[in-house]
Write a protein that binds this ligand. Structure first.
Ligand SMILES: [Cu+2]
Length: 194
């Protein structure tokens, strides 16, 4: 009887040990959750990434280094690499599914009505040391489909245009001589904010 009881006790102990082992296993599980803490650290890194500037280049005539998509909250930078032309990055959040190819063929008034107000406008004269931020701060906050466009007339005088921007209080300058806007020459791009 005693023997049997002991055996049972021994079995219970083994079972208990098993439970402890299982508990240890859980602890191990909790320990493996330590990297989760590091993942949390990664999250704050990701948040820092959201503030990272993605610099887009303006050339004659187009945008370069445009990512297909960026996380919401990414701040765009703009750099004009042209030696001759003033360029700008004007970003609009599109409320339409229309293709860029179709959009750019629309009459100016209709195009403006479709685009609405720009989220951000950044300009840089050729050779200028800094980019002028006229609207917003380059940050694309709301997820969606965005179009980047340059409205500078082909061959416009950079100094004259920048003076007109200043006179318009950062708004759209009027009456600066030049050819068709750069976007009609290919300075238009799409970017997805996710
Ligand atoms: Cu341009």
């Amino acid at each position: 009887m005693h023997h049997t009881t002991r055996r049972v006790t021994a079995t219970a102990c083994l079972a208990l040990l098993g439970t402890i082992a299982a508990a240890c296993g859980d602890d191990a599980g909790a320990n493996s959750a330590v990297p989760t803490t590091e993942t949390t650290t990664d999250h704050s890194t990701a948040r820092a990434h959201d503030d990272t500037t993605v610099t887009i280049d303006g050339i004659d005539y187009g945008f370069e280094n445009v990512p297909a998509s960026i996380p919401a909250g990414t701040r765009l930078g703009f750099r004009n690499t042209s030696a001759n032309e003033l360029h700008e990055l004007v970003a609009f959040r599109l409320e339409t599914d229309a293709s860029l190819d179709e959009l750019v063929t629309r009459p100016p008034a209709e195009l403006e009505a479709t685009l609405g107000e720009p989220v951000t406008v950044m300009l840089q004269a050729p050779g200028a040391p800094e980019t002028t931020v006229a609207v917003g701060d380059g940050t694309l906050t709301e997820p969606g489909r965005y179009v980047l466009m340059c409205f500078i007339p082909v061959g416009a005088d950079p100094d004259e245009y920048m003076a007109a921007v200043a006179a318009a209080g950062g708004g759209k300058p009027e009456g600066v001589a030049g050819g068709p806007p750069h976007f009609t020459a290919g300075m238009v791009a799409e970017i997805a904010v996710e």
